[in-house]
Design a protein. Structure first.
Length: 298
C-alpha cells in the first residue's frame, strides 16, 4: 500500500500461488487488505507516539507542518549526536497554533526527551513554533531557515531584481564571519527600504537568527544540513509520495495514520547527515553559547 499499490490491484503484487489457491483465498479482497492496512498504520501511529525517547541524545530539532486534504499535521524530526535522523512525533493541527506545537513538544518531554540541554532548533518563520520551543526547552538556540527567508524576501520583489537580491543573500549566508554577513544583509535591507519596503522588512525580521550556525562556527559540510528545514521537508515529501494514490481522506485520524506510516518509511531511507563528525563540536558550541560568562554574571 505504501508503495502505491491500491487495494483493488493488491493481488497483482503477490507471488503466484496457482489458480486453485487464488480461487480459495479470501485474504486478498479489497476489504481484507484495507482492514489489515488500517490495523498496521494504527500500530505505526501508536508506536511513534509512545516511543521511549530517554535514550536519545539530540543536538538538533526540526519542526514543520504537512498539509493533507483539509488537515494540517505538525511533525518533529531530531538529529542525534551521531548524525542519525529520528522521526519524533506528529499532531493534527496547524503550525501557526502555538498550543498544538507546545503540546507536541511537551509530549516529547513526557516521553523522556532531555529538554534541559542546549539544542539547536531549526525552524521556519512561524512565530508559534518559536514560542512553543521556548516554552518547552530550557536552552533552545534558534536557527531560522535561510531558504524560507530568501523566498520570503524575493517573493516581494519583481523578477528582474529578485535574482540579484537572491545572489547577495546567498553570498552573505555563506560568509564565514557572522558579523560581516549581518552587515551585508543590513546594507541590502537599507538599499531596498525605499523602493521595496516589504522586502526590506522581511529581510530584517529575525535576521540574526538566520546566522546562528555561522556564529556557532559550524563547518560548511554540516551547515548545509542545518541552515534550512530541508531535512524535515524531505521526510514530508516521502510521506506525500507514499499517500499519492489516496483519493478520499475520510477524517483526521486517517491522515495521522498515513503520515505516521510515511514517517516510518522515511526513517528506513535516512542516512546520517553530512558532516556528522562535527556534531560533537556543535554540542560544545551550543553549551558555550548558553553558559553565562564571568562578565555576564557580574
Amino acid at each position: 500500500m505504501l508503495a502505491k499499490l491500491s487495494t483493488r490491484r493488491y493481488h497483482h503484487g503477490l507471488e503466484p500461488v496457482g489458480s486453485r489457491a487464488e480461487q480459495a483465498s479470501s485474504g486478498t479482497s479489497r476489504s481484507a487488505v484495507s482492514r489489515r492496512f488500517v490495523a498496521a498504520t494504527e500500530r505505526a501511529l501508536a508506536e511513534l507516539l509512545a516511543a521511549d525517547l530517554s535514550g536519545l541524545d539530540l543536538v538538533a530539532l526540526l519542526v514543520d507542518g504537512i498539509r493533507v486534504a483539509e488537515h494540517t499535521c505538525v511533525v518533529a524530526l531530531g538529529i542525534t549526536i551521531d548524525g542519525t535522523k529520528v522521526p519524533l512525533a506528529l499532531a493534527e493541527g496547524a503550525t501557526e497554533n502555538a498550543t498544538v506545537v507546545r503540546d507536541l513538544l511537551a509530549g516529547l518531554r513526557d516521553r523522556g526527551l532531555d529538554v534541559t540541554r542546549p539544542i539547536l532548533a531549526v525552524l521556519d518563520g512561524a512565530k508559534a513554533l518559536r514560542r512553543a520551543v521556548d516554552d518547552v526547552f530550557d536552552h533552545p538556540v534558534i536557527q531560522r531557515c535561510q531558504l524560507h527567508k530568501l523566498r520570503n524576501v524575493t517573493d516581494r520583489l519583481p523578477d528582474a531584481l529578485a535574482s540579484t537580491v537572491a545572489k547577495r543573500i546567498r553570498r552573505a549566508y555563506h560568509h564565514p564571519d557572522a558579523l560581516v554577513a549581518e552587515a551585508e544583509l543590513e546594507a541590502l535591507a537599507r538599499e531596498l527600504h525605499r523602493s521595496h519596503p516589504g522586502a526590506a522588512a522581511s529581510l530584517r525580521e529575525g535576521l540574526a537568527e538566520t546566522l546562528t550556525i555561522t556564529r556557532l562556527g559550524v563547518p560548511p559540510t554540516l551547515a548545509r544540513t542545518l541552515r534550512s528545514t530541508n531535512s524535515i521537508e524531505s521526510m514530508i515529501a516521502i510521506c506525500r509520495d507514499h499517500a499519492a494514490n489516496v483519493k478520499r481522506w475520510q477524517d483526521g485520524q486517517m491522515v495521522l495514520r498515513w503520515v505516521a506510516a510515511g514517517m516510518g518509511e522515511a526513517a528506513t531511507q535516512f542516512r546520517r547527515v553530512n558532516g556528522y563528525l562535527h556534531l560533537p563540536a556543535l554540542r560544545a558550541a551550543l553549551d558555550a553559547a548558553v553558559t553565562p560568562t564571568k562578565e555576564d554574571a557580574a
